[in-house]
Design a protein around this ligand. Structure first.
Ligand code: NAD
Ligand code: UFG
Length: 334
């Protein structure tokens, strides 16, 4: 299939491009390089032997988008482009709504104009909010989001669902990611956080690399195995493979499906820390701090629907996630 990947030089997008190319799909990347580097194209080429066509275009630029669609006969779109920092979204909500909502609507309008009917969208487990019992099931629907970033994901899910009801020929797969971590086994692509990392594994990686003194563990008084927060971490390469299955599903089915992508297993902050220590071979200092506002105790996926509809099951365990993250971080320093 000829697939437009928005945000394709970013963290999850770049891994997905690799898996798509390796499965024989033609990938065209669109990214404004706000949070990624053009060098990623070299890395994708090194891994796959194929250099994807690239457009440095902003999804807020309607004319630019039109040109990209006019020049290519896309069969499908995987839409990653967007801002993703929860804290920042609270500080500058309008910027988040503009980029993640207005930008996405521009893209969907272009898909309508050029009759590109198959879409996979990057949603997040954050749309469940704090309303439901774990494991989170797709049938729960949308919960109460706690920040503008989460609300942009929820609104995109609603927009795509309405759009596809109005256009029954359309197909949309809304993937609700749990916590993607790790990097490509080659050590060539991975997550490069901007500024102080907010997420657990990028922060641990910087402590392990000597860039930060210790991990701040946000609370150890939750009702969990050791009192620290529990999440469903998924290897980014597994997540990328789920996108290949999702876009192939979209191309052969109509309507809209919401699908969780996680492993179905939860690990606590200290369990992840210890797995990382095993990967790097030395202890990683940490301090217990107050709870972080807005955090929930436990979040993990019910993965039955992904298995049933997509035939997808995550392969990699927490040790492999930490090993690959560590390899990527070490290469970055060299
Ligand atoms: P990322 O920041 O690495 O990738 C996003 C890419 O989109 C970047 O390359 C950025 O330059 C580009 N982009 C941003 N705004 C753009 C615009 N207006 N026009 C064109 N390009 C633009 O993020 P990621 O971790 O790869 O996440 C990809 C998607 O998955 C995002 O939509 C994110 O919200 C979603 N998601 C991520 C996580 C996670 O933990 N990483 C979890 C759930 C959902
Ligand atoms: N944590 C720490 N110290 C840190 C960072 C995180 O103890 O420095 C803890 C958190 O308190 C939480 C766990 O590690 O218990 C995971 O935190 P992350 O920030 O890595 O991930 P979250 O689950 O909070 O958030 C992620 C994505 C969001 C998304 C959300 C949906 O980053 O974009 O999942 O569930 F909205």
């Amino acid at each position: 299939m000829k697939i437009l990947v928005t945000g394709g030089t970013g963290y999850i997008g770049s891994h997905t491009c690799v898996e798509l190319i390796q499965k024989g799909h033609e990938v065209i990347i669109l990214d404004n390089l706000y949070n990624s580097s053009i060098d990623v194209l070299d890395k994708i080429e090194t891994i796959t032997g194929v250099r994807p066509k690239f457009y440095k275009t902003d999804i807020l630029d309607k004319e630019g988008l039109d040109k990209v669609f006019a020049e290519n006969d896309f069969e499908a779109v995987i839409h990653f482009a967007g801002y993703k920092a929860v804290g920042e979204s609270v500080a500058i909500p309008l910027t988040y709504y503009e980029n993640n909502i207005a930008g996405s609507i521009n893209l969907y309008q272009m898909m309508k104009k050029y009759k590109v009917r198959n879409l996979v969208f990057s949603s997040s487990a954050t749309v469940y909010g704090d309303d439901f019992e774990v494991p989170f099931k797709e049938e729960y629907g949308l919960g109460t989001t706690t920040n503008p970033y989460g609300t942009t994901k929820k609104m995109n899910e609603m927009i795509i669902t309405d759009m596809n009801k109005a256009e029954p020929e359309n197909s949309g797969v809304l993937l609700r990611y749990f916590n993607p971590i790790g990097a490509h086994e080659s050590g060539l692509i991975g997550e490069i956080p901007n500024g102080i990392p907010n997420n657990l594994v990028p922060y641990i990686a910087q402590v392990a690399a000597g860039q930060r003194d210790f991990l701040r563990v946000w609370g150890n008084d939750y009702d969990t195995v050791d009192g620290t927060g529990v999440r469903d971490y998924i290897h980014v390469v597994d997540l990328a493979k789920a996108h290949v299955k999702a876009i192939e599903y979209a191309a052969t089915h109509k309507g809209t499906e919401v699908i969780n992508i996680g492993t179905g297993k939860g690990y606590s902050v200290l369990q992840v820390l210890h797995a990382y220590e095993k990967a790097c071979g030395y202890p990683i200092p940490y301090k217990i701090m107050e709870r972080r506002p807005g955090d929930i105790a436990t979040c993990y996926a019910d993965t039955a629907k992904a298995e049933k509809l997509l035939g997808f099951k995550a392969q990699y365990d927490i040790d492999k996630m930490c090993e690959d993250s560590y390899r990527f971080t070490r290469k970055l320093k060299m």
